[in-house]
Design a protein around this ligand. Sequence first.
Ligand code: CP
Ligand code: NVA
Length: 330
Amino acid sequence: MHPEYKNCFLKLLDFSPAEIREFIDTAAELKRQKKAGIPHRHLEGKNMVLLFEKTSTRTRCAFEVAGMDLGMGVTFLDPGASQMGKKESLADTARVLGRMYDCIEYRGYDQSIVEDLAKYSGVPVFNGLTDQFHPTQIIADLLTIEEHFGHFKGINMTYYGDARFNMGNSLMIGCAKMGLNFTACAPKELFPAPELVEQARAIAAENGCTITLTEDIEEATKGADVLYTDIWVSMGEPESVWEERIKLLTPYRVDSAKMAMASEGAVFMHCLPSFHDQNTTVAREIYAKYGIEEMEVTDEVFESPASIVFDEAENRMHTIKAVILTCMKK
Ligand code: CP
Ligand code: NVA
């Protein structure tokens, strides 16, 4: 836990492997209790506010259900619903929310915003996604991998796509901390920042695993146990980047040829939402403009038995519950 941001969950770099292990084990136990109908209202009387400056399905619902299962009161503030940023500074908002709530979840833009919220509110703050990191997603991914393979040691994860944004960054750090070999398979322009790679490599060396960056699809795919991807243009990025991203990332789409090249028993993972078909307005707009029907993953792979994306999505709730409970009890 970061000494300056005690009881907060802002990024995985702040936590030791033992602390990450505690989140995963707590989540597995809370999942067991939920399935068995055993109540776990350990935070009755506490209140949590969810501050969203970007849209969400999984993270919002996971925080709401987790909070309610723990017996908490939960308030959701959507991007247009609070004064924050428009009529009231972040520091003032944080100080007000800290007087009323026992903890705060934030989803939005720069990592410095969750850090400032933690600094000014005086209560635990949880990062529900920033441009740089999406740490609650990674705890869910790790639980899902452990449920599926039974261990982390020797697992090779390859991440295809935009490796310099929240998902690529956080998966790289999560793998380094927990001993999974991580490969970012992307065009050079979309490699993670060199300073973060250096940090990840130092952590990986301590935990007996490796960090690889490559543009070479065959090198990245042979031996991969987990093929992971994310959307090509993230929330908050300008429309204008679509054209270049499509050009850069089309070869990195996860398709059945890549699944066939990977290890036997390899799985497909994705944080979701995903553009794998024509059933969304954005996918139809992209098709009308650029003529591509599938983006980061083919519908065939997404819908195949190797795809564990909905187990992964369910685990968002169990793992977020573990994060809230662990941080609030410290
Ligand atoms: N994976 C994820 O964070 O999903 P949402 O954007 O729906 O919260
Ligand atoms: N990289 C994506 C992740 C969504 C969960 C985004 O930031 O939009």
